[in-house]
Design a protein around this ligand. Sequence first.
Ligand code: HEC
Length: 466
Amino acid sequence: MKAKIILPILLTVSSALGQSADNLYQEHCSHCHGAKFQGGNAQSLIDGIWQFGDSAGHISRNIKFGITHLGMPAYEKSLTDPQIKSLVNYLFEAEKQAGAATPPSPTSLQTQDYDIDVEIWAEGLDIPWNLAFLDDKLALITERPGRLRIMRNGTLNPKPVEGSPSVVAEGQGGLLAVAFDPDYREKGNQWIYLAFSHGLEKKAGEKRAPAMTKVVRGRIRNNRWIDEQTLFEARHEEYRTTRVHFGTRIVFDAGNNLYFSIGDRGTGDDAQDLSKPNGKMHRIRRDGSIPNDNPFVQTEGALPSIFSYGHRNPQGISVHPTTGQIWAAEHGPLGGDELNLVEAGKNYGWPVITYGKNYNGTTITEVVRKEGMEQPAWYWKPSTAVCGIGFYSGNLFPKWNNKLLVGALKYEDVRVLDIEKDRVMHEEMILKNAGRVRDVACGPDGALYIVLNSPDTILRLTPKEQ
Ligand code: HEC
């Protein structure tokens, strides 16, 4: 009874607030964030990406105190707290509506090489992040809020794996990468690898608990995570309170070395500092020890796990099926998303060289090339918010063998890149506007799997019968 009476009152109040919030927004915010929140001189506020924290508290503080070094003004003096609060609710409402407007998943696609059937393979997930296949029967899915899910014979176990590591699920942080050991089955070691945002205890005086990317392995028995071993944990003084740029995926090379990335954690300069773990690609053995041919093992003061540096936030890593090259896609600043062929000891330039600009349009640097720093193999301008990548190697789409699938969050698309040696020769968009693309994978059955956020589903693509 009560609810029925209260609801209309609430609606009236919120729409009254909404109206004034709209006026406030149009007056103070629209010239940078766009009249319809879509972005322009600053980022979109409805793309689901809250780099500086997605809670009402974080967003209010970002409006009140600004992010002034990046061009987001402080509104402390011009807006009251209730006005800021109404703006935050207004943004959440706008974001929800934008999400609700997501079109239903397509049932078929046409590409240059194939006509494709699309089906929903998994749903009922919460921010699925990474999909790993063992074989055509078993797959694991991470959900960023901190759950590990088992997909067996095409059916999602409704219960998440119990006892998986606890994660800092704030901003871009959470449970991120998952991978099966290369000898999971053959030698039966059954190791499963996870990378996630690990938080320390919050100390007195700290606003938030410091966090950093951590890598562990463990096994799953009876839907329970057991036998956990820590493989990589940064020195705790390197942990940072930001909630952005954690990386990562987990891949193995032919020698079974494990690669993962840590984004710059919001401190670009650290990417050039070999004593810091952030802004790097790392290479460790499966037990966490350091391969003795790592490039910086002899360099004084350098972290021996570092494989390459000068990275901003690589969230896509894939190994070329025939050459074994390691390719990585990273989020750049506005206009600076990159694809790199990652090689031992090389410097990929962030933040000294970049094709990107600050989100407010101001220049980070005019320098796009420098001696001793690598050029990207490809870059996307404007930034698509490039995320998971995966080489195709299967029977269903033979023309795509050894081509690279690239997913994008903001542009909500999947592209197929034709790569020869170290160069990208051609790019074709094969899927657009079905949702934010978090991950792409070639399944053991040769089908293409696309992990989407909003809607939180996984699509399965197969060629139509000719
Ligand atoms: C002069 C341009 C400008 C104006 C005006 C402006 N912003 Fe921003 N805003 C920015 C920039 C630039 C950033 C992001 C910095 C970055 O991403 O590097 C930002 C970031 C933000 C963020 C953080 C987004 C995230 O990903 O966490 C929020 C929230 C935000 N703005 C809200 C507002 C609101 C609300 C208003 C109006 C009251 C407003 N902004 C007005 C430039 C502006």
